[in-house]
Ligand binder design. Structure first.
Ligand code: NAD
Length: 360
């Protein structure tokens, strides 16, 4: 069979090494000739940020960070960067912190060195997100892609196991959704499959020994691959649904992804046999959904959107906002009724296999 595709992998330096973040951040700041560094880190990550930036001169520490980047939060950070005459941002934290640095880069063009402390993967994408009122807007702009990512698994040992699991499953969702996203191709599919393998081996190791580095390194490596695959392939059905649940209903990002993923997989897999076979193989399972569910069981993963504040009343609005955003290239066409059934099942944590039969 002949191969023909257009592929883009974003250009970025990746410095990976446990216990090496401070050294790598200092080397990058020097390489970039930075004189006025703005450190962005939430209150909770201030200790980690201090240690990571110990080798550089810091002009400004900004800790006003909020999930889903409200526009007001972005405006305050942009004003602070301008006032301090910043020439480099070093962001230390999860996707919310990286997201704030990206919002500043979007309007200022300032470069970012990202030091992630979760497995969300925002550091490896050119996707930005801002929330105004109850609507989250995302966009793609190469200016927001960090020039360098400094990965240090030692920084993630403080991430509690339940958050590590939810965050890692957010990474897994990037991988799985990439396989049927609008720009899916053999290169991003290969990265996605290796990302699934790495996350499926790393996350149980974190559960077994949360302070050990080996599992955390696998999870970070998988998170990076997942995000590169996602940035290259684009947002698929799963991301479009979770984006609405986060932006309109303010549900927590990682837990929402972790909860919704099996339902989208159950829905799409029968119409995407190649993707399903790839996912199954990456899990080392006979079947994609069985592989995912076995991992989720081992991890005691988030299982119902009701646990995060979503209610039956929200389903109609979520369907109305999410449905038009689902890519036409989705392997299975999605109707109001099928999307409502997916959300209803995710609301209560119903068995995704039952959903698959129901919608067959
Ligand atoms: P987060 O950044 O909000 O972090 C979750 C919680 O974990 C916070 O309370 C944080 O303080 C804490 N935390 C982070 N690192 C820690 C550590 N090492 N030890 C202890 N606590 C720690 O959550 P997230 O899931 O990483 O990111 C979610 C946000 O990222 C959302 O806004 C989402 O839209 C965005 N995101 C964007 C992209 C993209 O490509 N643009 C990709 C993924 C996620």
């Amino acid at each position: 069979m002949s191969l023909a595709f257009d592929h883009v992998t974003l250009g970025q330096r990746v410095l990976f090494g446990s216990g090496k973040a401070a050294e790598n951040v200092a080397a990058e700041a020097a390489r970039l000739g930075a004189a006025r560094v703005m450190v962005i880190a939430s209150d909770r990550e201030s200790g980690i940020a201090k240690a990571v930036t110990a080798g550089i001169e810091v002009a400004l520490v900004h800790d006003d960070v909020a999930m889903h980047v409200p526009v007001e939060t972005a405006e305050r950070a942009r004003a602070a960067a301008k006032e301090a005459g910043v020439d480099l941002m070093v962001c230390v934290g999860g996707g919310s912190t990286t997201g704030l640095a990206k919002a500043v880069a979007l309007t200022t063009g300032l470069p970012i060195v990202a030091v992630p402390t979760t497995y969300a993967g925002s550091e490896a994408t050119n996707v930005w997100g801002l929330t105004a009122g109850a609507r989250k807007t995302t966009g793609v702009d190469d200016r927001v892609l960090p020039v360098t990512v400094v990965y240090d698994a030692a920084l993630t040992v403080t991430l509690p196991v339940d958050l590590s699991v939810a965050s890692g499953l957010n990474g897994l969702a990037h991988c799985i959704d990439s396989l049927w996203a609008p720009r899916a191709d053999p290169i991003n599919a290969a990265m996605a499959a290796e990302g699934i393998r790495a996350l499926a081996s790393g996350l149980p190791a974190i559960g077994a020994e949360p302070s050990a580095l080996a599992g955390r390194e696998q999870a970070l490596y998988g998170a990076y691959l997942s995000a590169v695959a996602f940035a290259s392939a684009g947002s698929g059905m799963h991301h479009k649904i979770c984006h609405v649940l986060g932006g309109t209903f303010n549900l927590p990002h990682a837990q929402t992804h972790a909860t919704v993923l099996p339902y989208v997989l159950a829905f799409n897999a029968p119409a995407a046999p190649e993707a399903a076979a790839r996912i199954a193989a990456a899990f080392g399972a006979e079947d994609a959904l069985e592989g995912l569910q076995a991992l989720r069981k081992k991890l005691d993963a988030p299982r119902a959107l009701a646990d995060y504040g979503f209610t039956e009343d929200g389903i109609a609005e979520a369907v109305a906002v999410a449905l038009p955003a689902i890519p036409e290239s989705n392997p299975r066409s999605v109707t109001e009724a099928s999307l409502a059934a997916i959300l209803r099942a995710a609301l209560t944590g119903a068995d995704p296999k039952t959903l698959a039969y129901e919608l067959d």
